[in-house]
Design a protein around this ligand. Sequence first.
Ligand SMILES: Cc1cc2nc3c(=O)[nH]c(=O)nc-3n(C[C@H](O)[C@H](O)[C@H](O)COP(=O)(O)OP(=O)(O)OC[C@H]3O[C@@H](n4cnc5c(N)ncnc54)[C@H](O)[C@@H]3O)c2cc1C
Length: 408
Amino acid sequence: MTMHDVIIVGGGPAGLSAARRLLVSGVRDVVVLERESEAGGIPRHCGHGGFGIGQYLSLPMSGPAYARRLVESATGADIRTQTTVTSIRPGGRVDIVHPERGTQALEGRCILLATGIRETPRSARLVTGGRPAGITTTGALQQMIYLKHLRPFARAVVIGSELVSFSALLTARHGGIKIAAMIEEDDRIAARKPGDWIARHLFGVPVLTRTKLTAIRGIERVEAVEIERDGRRETIPCDAVIFSGRFQPETALLKGSHIILNPHSNGPAIDQYFRTSDPQMFAAGNLLRPVETSGMCWAEGRIAAANIAAALAGTLPPPAPGVAVRISEPVKYVYPQIIVPSAGIPVPMPLMRARVIRAARGKLRLTVDGQELWSRSGRFLPERRLTIPTSGIPISGITDIAVDLIED
Ligand SMILES: Cc1cc2nc3c(=O)[nH]c(=O)nc-3n(C[C@H](O)[C@H](O)[C@H](O)COP(=O)(O)OP(=O)(O)OC[C@H]3O[C@@H](n4cnc5c(N)ncnc54)[C@H](O)[C@@H]3O)c2cc1C
C-alpha cells in the first residue's frame, strides 16, 4: 500500500485540469491513474478541431493537440498510464492493475473520480437482426481511424444526431468512408440547428428525422439497415452502422461500491463542493452526467481540485447532512444533487446545471421551501445545458429545494 495526498482516477480533461490545479495550489503528491497507454482522455482520438475554445489563448485545436497540452500542463503529477483502477473502497483506497506490474493498492487522503462517459452500444439498444461485423460506436471508429489509421468499412449509416454524431461525420470523412444516412427518431436533430443543414450541404449526408432503425441485415458483414419512416419500411445498403451518442457516465467502478449514484444523472450524487457520498471522494467531468464539452469538464476538474485543496488544508466545510434537490419531469437531472447548508465559509457555490428529458415550453423554476427564488420562461430542448444560479439559496435553515418546469 502506498500513500498519497490525492489520487485522480481518469486522465482526461477533468482529471488533468484537476492535477494542474492541485499542483498550482501547492499539493505535491498527486497521482493520476489512466487505463489507456497515454493520458488525454477522449480528445486524444478526436482527430478533428473544436477543442480548447475559450480555454487557451489560441484558436480551437484538434483533439490530440489539446490532449498533449493537458498532459504538459499536469507536469509534476505522477501520471501512471496502462493502470486500470479495479475498485474503490472507503478510507480513500483504490485497487489497480497494470499489465506488467500486476495488482497494487493505493491510499489517498482525497480521491477524484473522473472516469468520463461511454456511448450506448448496439447491445443495449435492443435492435433486432444478426451480429455481423461492421457495427461500432463513434468512439471506437475514432480509435480505428485516428489512432490505428485503418479504413474499416466503406459506406456507413450513423444512428443519432447529437453533437457527437457530427464528430462521426468528420471522422468518416477523414477516413474516406461515405455516410449513406444519418438517422434520428425525433422530429428534429438533437444537436443545434443548422447541424442538419451542415450535414446535408457540407457533408452531402441525407438526414432522416422521424426515422427508426428497425433491423440490421447481414451474415458476416453488415449488408443493409432496415428503417421505418412515416409508416413505410425502407432498406439502406451499407457495410457499417455507427451508433453515436446516448452517453452514459462511466460508472463501472462505482457500481457495487459504497458511493451513492443518482438515478437521474446516472453519475455519483455530489454536493456543491463536488463531494460524493464519501467525503474523501470527489467527482468531476462527464462522470457526473452525460455529456458536456471538454472545456466544461476541464473547468469542473479545476473547481473540484480547488475544493480538494481546501479539504486537505482543513478549510472546506465539513460534511454534513444536506438537502436533496427534488426534480420532476420534464427535468431530466440536476447537479449538484445535494446542497449542504454551511454558514460563513467563503467557498462560492457553483451554478446548478440541469437538462430536460424532452422538448418543453414553460417556466423553469428554482424554489426553496416553497418560495420561488429564480425562474426563466421559454422553450427548453433536450441536449441543451441549463444553468440555474444558486447564489440566492440561503445557506442555513432550509429543508426543501426543488427544480421543476411548469409547462404552458
Ligand atoms: C466522439 C466524441 C467527440 C467529441 N468532440 C468534442 C469536440 O469537438 N469538442 C469538445 O469540446 N468536446 C468534444 N467531445 C466531448 C469531450 O471529449 C469530453 O467532454 C471530455 O473528453 C470529457 O472529459 P473527462 O475528463 O470527463 O472524460 P474523458 O475524456 O472520457 O476521460 C476519462 C478518462 O478516464 C479513463 N478511465 C475510465 N475508467 C478508468 C479506470 N477504471 N481506471 C483508469 N482510467 C479510467 C479513460 O480511459 C479516460 O482517459 C467529444 C466526445 C466524443 C465521445
